[in-house]
Design a protein around this ligand. Structure first.
Ligand code: DWN
Length: 393
């Protein structure tokens, strides 16, 4: 097996490790490099951060924080109910219950290793195991609750290091006629949009449908349908069943695999080109920040995302450039961005009238944010983004 390095994003902190102090005594850093496995055609980080360091009782991210995601979860839950009518649902990575709260409590179980989040869903009467997903846990769940006809996992499987064990564990608790829905950011969209900020400690893998298809070859599972969604800048919703289930495989699978193949997702050269684009993106973004600062303008950050941690640390954007971030997540407010130590504050009703430039950390919610900030935009306020290329909007 050959894993080839293609992207060096330098020394990085843990992306969700918001700091209590602007001058912390110690902060954990690791080398953020991405590699391409030429055999499985799988993109991953070269170095994994221990899961317990990232996903624990202080985890900051809340999946229910945006109207966009609330709406997406509502719509998908409705679709699942009408299409598959599942009796028992298991969610791997249930976060704050953003998805599961759309179903009746008695039929759903969550798995969430971040104890602060599991506490939220347990208090909503959604039985939640505050443990990491693995074969051991799947055996416990099987003994206690039996098999499930729907297993859902969004933005989680890409975070789990041992994929063979992950799929094995899914196979154990999935009913023979059951469906496993896996949703994660699309590698194809990331390459197209040069959204290199989807690479950070938590995203151990960045999946193409082709890579998932290859990984499942050695399991009892296979893909039977693929949908593209717009969430998180473009994701794949991959529908998986047991190979023994003779439900047909839809054309979407062949079409997606062939689209990825044509694009070059399975060729190392694609990643070499992507890496050059990332370097250019950094240069152009810094040109924009330099120009604005030379004209003595203040810049704030909008949405202290995990993604933006990669950009800020890779480009060296610190308090010399950004005065503060605003973010609606309570657990991030009053803290400082990892590595770059920029204060994060609660957003006021509107962006202050003295601010003319805001760096869009949450570019994936651009539509929702532009809608909310109509006044700012109409008085000439600008947003800075690096996706799909560095620009002032
Ligand atoms: O996979 C992951 C994704 C799904 O969520 C995790 N590893 C971590 C996390 O990544 P992220 O932080 O990049 O996710 P979001 O969903 O892009 O974060 C949006 C952030 O922006 C939140 O902190 C909320 C904030 N926000 C805001 O302040 N005002 C969002 C909106 C829409 C707003 O209007």
């Amino acid at each position: 097996m050959s894993k080839i390095n293609f992207l060096d994003l330098g020394s990085q902190p843990m992306a969700n490790n918001y700091l209590k102090s602007q001058k912390p005594d110690d902060e954990y850093f690791y080398n953020l490099n991405a590699v391409f496995d030429d055999e499985k055609k799988l993109v991953s980080l070269s170095e994994f951060v221990p899961p317990e360091m990232m996903f624990n009782e202080t985890y900051a991210y809340r999946a229910s924080m945006s109207l966009t995601m609330q709406d997406a979860n509502k719509k998908f839950s409705k679709k699942i109910k009408s299409k598959f009518n599942p009796k028992k649902i298991l969610e791997i990575g249930s976060n704050d219950g953003a998805f599961l709260k759309n179903f009746k409590n008695s039929t759903v179980i969550g798995v969430e290793p971040c104890k602060n989040l599991a506490k939220i869903t347990n208090s909503m009467n959604i039985l939640t195991h505050d443990k990491f997903w693995n074969t051991l846990l799947s055996k416990t769940i099987l003994n206690e609750s039996g098999q499930f006809d729907l297993i859902y996992s969004a933005n989680t499987i890409s975070h789990i290091h041992d994929l063979d064990d992950t799929f094995n564990a899914v196979d154990k608790v999935l009913d023979n006629n059951g469906i496993f829905v896996l949703e994660d950011p699309s590698l194809l969209e990331i390459i197209k949009n040069v959204s290199y900020d989807q690479f950070y400690d938590e995203h151990a893998y960045v999946f193409s449908v082709s890579a998932i298809n290859n990984l499942l070859k050695l399991t009892n599972l296979e893909i039977f349908d693929v949908e593209k969604t717009t969430t998180h800048g473009g994701s794949n919703r991959i529908f998986i069943k047991k190979k023994s289930n003779n439900m047909g495989i839809l054309d979407s699978v062949k079409l997606t695999l062939s689209e990825e193949e044509k694009f070059g997702i399975n060729n190392f050269e694609t990643y070499q080109k992507f890496s050059e684009k990332v370097k250019y993106s950094k240069k152009k973004l810094l040109d924009i920040f330099d120009k604005i600062k030379k004209n003595n303008n203040q810049i704030i950050g909008y949405g202290a995302t995990a993604k933006s941690s990669t950009v800020l640390n890779y480009c060296g954007i610190n308090t010399d450039f950004i005065d503060y971030f605003i973010d609606t997540t309570e657990s991030k407010q009053g803290k400082f961005t990892p590595g770059t130590h920029i204060p994060i504050i609660k957003p006021d009703e509107k962006i202050g009238s003295h601010i003319n430039f805001a760096y869009l950390g949450a570019w994936n919610f651009k539509k929702e944010i532009f809608n909310k900030e109509k006044d700012y935009l109409s008085r000439g306020g600008k947003f800075i983004t690096h996706v799909p290329f560095p620009q002032i909007i």
